[in-house]
Ligand binder design. Structure first.
Ligand SMILES: [Zn+2]
Length: 280
């Protein structure tokens, strides 16, 4: 049963309990007691039925979810399997903010709004990862390098605008209309599926080379970050050999905060976030 359904179910049961208690406290004469009793029975019947329906629906949804998750790979295709896993993830994700998975198959949680800390250059990140980010940037500079954060938190509106810009450019270049969306999604994450919307992802480049292409991996800043970012809880989120799993091309500039413990394990065992969470 999903967290929201549980809450709804609890609320319903709570209300039913209140109604019954109120009836017990009422003191009235005999005829009124008989009429009252009949009314109470009718009302209680409705109340219990209403509660019951909510409960049954919740249980059915729960058992359905368990069933779906239990046999994701046998009769379904990869898409179904991923959908089942994304369903399985939802509850766990409510607890572990630093491990929230957002990728082409797992969109942002609804109404997710991180508390932000703004950086001097106008960029913003989830406040919970700010101290470690600051430390990482300070240490990178102290080591003699020149890192620059060129992208960080994005609102849904910003991601939509980026996506629409990409679509408009493709149309101008003559891309067939029925392929525009899919083509745009290869380069810009579909709104709601960009990690940048979490406030936990950063694009960091070397000041001496600011192109977002594979050459970025050879810059001194990337060499340092790839070797050290895990110590601060950040991982290179889209490694070159994990595109099939992450759904995103190699991006030797995109770092994601996952917390020090997870980052250390992912770095040591060469795991991407999907593999770490066991859903690749
Ligand atoms: Zn990025």
């Amino acid at each position: 049963m999903s967290y929201r359904k549980q809450q709804r179910y609890r609320t319903c049961r709570g209300r039913c309990g209140q109604r019954r208690r109120r009836f017990r406290k009422t003191g009235v004469r005999l005829p009124a007691v008989i009429i009252g009793t009949v009314l109470i029975l009718i009302l209680c019947g409705r109340v219990i039925l209403t509660g019951g329906i909510g409960g049954i629906t919740g249980q059915a949804a729960e058992s359905q979810a368990v069933e779906t998750v239990a046999s994701p790979d046998t009769s379904s295709g990869q898409q179904d399997s991923r959908a089942a896993r994304s369903h399985q993830l939802k509850n766990a994700q409510e607890q572990e903010w630093n491990l929230l998975l957002v990728n082409p198959w797992n969109p942002m949680p609804e109404n997710y709004e991180p508390e932000l800390t703004y950086l001097r250059n106008g960029q913003a990140v989830d406040s919970r990862c700010y101290p470690e980010l600051q430390q990482m940037m300070d240490d990178c500079r102290a080591a003699g390098f020149d890192p620059l954060i060129c992208a960080s938190y994005r609102t849904m509106e910003k991601q939509e605008a980026l996506f629409e810009d990409k679509e408009a450019r493709l149309i101008r270049e003559g891309c067939p209309e029925n392929e525009v969306e899919a083509e745009a999604a290869k380069v810009v994450a579909y709104p709601g599926t960009s990690e940048h919307q979490l406030g936990l992802a950063l694009d960091i480049v070397d000041v001496s080379y600011q192109q977002l292409d594979t050459e970025q991996e050879n810059t001194p800043v990337q060499q340092w970050l790839m070797k050290n970012s895990w110590k601060y809880g950040f991982v290179l989120r889209y490694p070159t050999d994990k595109s099939d799993i992450t759904g995103i091309i190699y991006e030797p500039w995109h770092y994601r905060y996952v917390g020090k413990e997870a980052a250390a394990e992912m770095y040591e065992n060469k795991l991407c976030l999907e593999e770490y969470l066991g859903i690749n």
